[in-house]
Design a protein. Structure first.
Length: 420
């Protein structure tokens, strides 16, 4: 028992440190803030390329396909710029700096670091490094610009204006020297990397860091590790997906972006897993894939309290929101439900991964899931109705997994109610 308590304390301490780290949380919060941009671009891509011949023929005949795809061109195709802005904005706010000033500097430095080539006498910036291929550079630039800005401002290396100067003007000039120093640093970095075999900072980071990390986390072992760790943390009262998401969210969103880009271009989809994969399979009814448990509670429980909670929580469970169940039963610190809470999502991910890997099912196109998107709908928009059918099968499977543990819980709660 003492060892378990020590392990719990260690996990809670580690999670607390991660959640209190302004730099890590800015990455997670920045990506969350960018989700509306992701979603608009994803649905634009989906609607412009729906695999329905009659629909495609109709929108092409009236010249509508390009118009429908236009939002994707100004969202997904420059996603790294949005990510750089939002992460920098969130971090600047947490550090007490002017968000707009610092974010503007970050975008400027990101573009300075981006490769530019000459094509037919015109300067061209490849889309590859401002879509998914530039996400890691965008993150690094956003963090480093804030670090440099803080370093300069903390040492009062700024232009101070008089008290009679409007605050907006004063804040702008206050950021001028930090901006100049940032520009000099990133211009130097860009020039140095241009002399290397990689040719640019983007190419170096993409091939040396981003691609290997995507290869590791994009594997079955990578996905299952994140799923298990996130759900084990939940059992100790720690929001596992939020804590581990600071690591996997940028990686899986990058995979979804690459899949969406490939789908838009008519190319083979490069990744099996991604952020959408997690949402559709690991969170079937919310963390722990508790929709099956919720159905048992609503329609099979003999304990009055469990039945009422089941009916109350069922609508939100279909929207993949299950905090009423996690804290209402509770599942947190409840060894009676620990096994199925981890096993159900792990099994869902395993079944889905290998059905896709063996080409029984197509790869998911990577339309981003948002909190509140209903079960079945979040699967259907991934490019095939077969995903929704698999969700039906997995809900049945999850119900069977939870059943013996549910029965024990139901009997225990009924006995406690009788004795009370």
């Amino acid at each position: 028992m003492a060892n378990l308590q020590n392990a719990m304390s260690g996990l809670q301490l580690a999670a607390s440190h991660m959640q209190s780290n302004k730099y890590l949380m800015s990455i997670s919060n920045g990506f969350t803030a960018a989700l509306p941009v992701f979603i608009i671009g994803a649905f634009s891509t989906l609607l412009a390329n729906l695999p329905i011949d009659s629909y495609l023929a109709f929108i092409k005949s009236y010249g509508l396909q390009q118009a429908i795809a236009l939002p994707a061109s100004v969202t997904l195709k420059i996603m790294s710029i949005y990510v750089c802005f939002f992460i920098s904005y969130k971090l600047a706010g947490s550090l007490g700096h002017n968000e707009m000033v610092v974010s503007s500097i970050a975008i400027m430095c990101f573009l300075i670091a981006s490769p530019v080539t000459i094509v037919d006498g015109a300067e061209v910036m490849p889309f590859k490094y401002i879509v998914a291929g530039g996400l890691f550079v965008a993150i690094m630039v956003a963090l480093l610009v804030n670090k440099i800005y803080s370093f300069v401002v903390d040492r009062h290396l700024t232009i101070r204006m008089g008290d009679n100067v409007p605050p907006v003007v004063a804040e702008t000039f206050n950021g001028l020297i930090p901006a100049i120093i940032n520009v000099i640093i990133f211009a130097t970095i860009a020039a140095l990397f241009k002399l290397t075999a990689a040719g640019s900072l983007h190419a170096y980071i993409y091939f040396i860091i981003q691609q290997p990390l995507l290869g590791i986390t994009g594997s079955y072992s990578g996905m299952i590790t994140f799923v298990v760790v996130a759900h084990v943390l939940w059992l100790f009262g720690i929001h596992g997906p939020m804590v581990t998401g600071t690591i996997w969210k940028p990686l899986y969103l990058a995979m979804d972006l690459e899949n969406l880009t490939a789908f838009q271009n008519g190319d083979p989809l490069p990744h099996i897993v991604g952020y959408a994969f997690w949402g559709v399979w690991a969170s079937l009814g919310g963390s722990g894939s508790t929709l099956g448990l919720n159905l048992l509670m609503a329609f099979k429980a003999k304990s009055e309290g469990l039945k009422k909670l089941g009916h109350m929580a069922l609508p939100t469970s279909f929207l993949c929101i299950n905090e009423p169940i996690i804290f209402g039963i509770p599942i947190v610190l409840n060894p009676m439900l620990a096994i199925p809470f981890v096993l159900a999502p792990a099994l869902n991910v395993t079944v889905a991964y290998f059905l896709i890997a063996t080409d029984v099912l197509p790869r998911m196109i990577g339309v981003f899931n948002v909190i509140g998107m209903p079960v079945f709908a979040n699967a259907f928009i991934q490019g095939s109705w077969l995903f929704a059918l698999l969700q039906v099968f997995l809900i049945v499977l999850n119900t069977l997994i939870y059943y013996p543990f549910f029965k024990r819980l139901d009997n225990t709660m009924r006995t406690q109610a009788t004795q009370a």
